[in-house]
Design a protein around this ligand. Sequence first.
Ligand SMILES: [Zn+2]
Length: 283
Amino acid sequence: MPELPEVETVKKGLEDILVNKTIKGINLSGFSLRFPIPKNLVSLASGKKIVSIGRRSKYILFNLSENISLISHLGMSGNYRILSQEESKSYKAKKHDHIIFQFEDFKVVYNDPRRFGYIFITDKDPKDHRSIACLGPEPMSNNFNEAILAKSFYKKERPVKNALLDQTIISGLGNIYVCEALFRSKINPKKKIKQLVYSNGSAKNSLIILKNEINEVIKESILLGGSSLKDFSNTEGKMGYFQNTFSVYGREGELCVSKDCDQKIVRIVQSGRSTFYCPKCQK
Ligand SMILES: [Zn+2]
């Protein structure tokens, strides 16, 4: 499932090519995605210029002229491909091509085999859209700091792994990056979040380290073009490289990468999701 770094990679790829281009037309497969494709998508977006492309959490925001915005979520297996002029000329829709955007001399294809992705259209500020208004702060943003985490974690019993996956606490993090950030912070994923906060409500040092490691792991992954597991590729159909640097994710039974540690990485299940960690390094 694409997480924040993968969505950022896709967003950058789209931004490089599509800003200031006008959508000439849109073809739909006729299939529903996770939600039905809005009935007015074709009529409202056609003829509009793409003014800018942004990202909030795992949503790609296409800001079009006349205050129209598209809010796109890639779900499990959604991807955008920008076809070259040459490819566009003779391109025939393939299986799972659900939305094809036509520009002056090229096409952009949204393909989604599992159809868990979705798209909304709005004429209001997309930040106020129901899918986005409830989201917690973004890693690497000014709004994300130890004080805001301490406030969410204060006197709460939840395991830290589950809390970090809660999009209302911090948005855009998924399983991979939570496992990796907890390993780097030497925090056991089962630890109760209240244990990272002092009784006066201020952040313990371990929580400050965790906040820093979350930012670091996201930053590194974006630099490497995200992680390619199963379905992810960028707008040119190329893979990211961050998966080659995983310390714990998907490494069950393999030796811990820490110097002087002889433990093997363990996999447990928390809230139905796999967690990978080193029981010796992560306390
Ligand atoms: Zn270890």
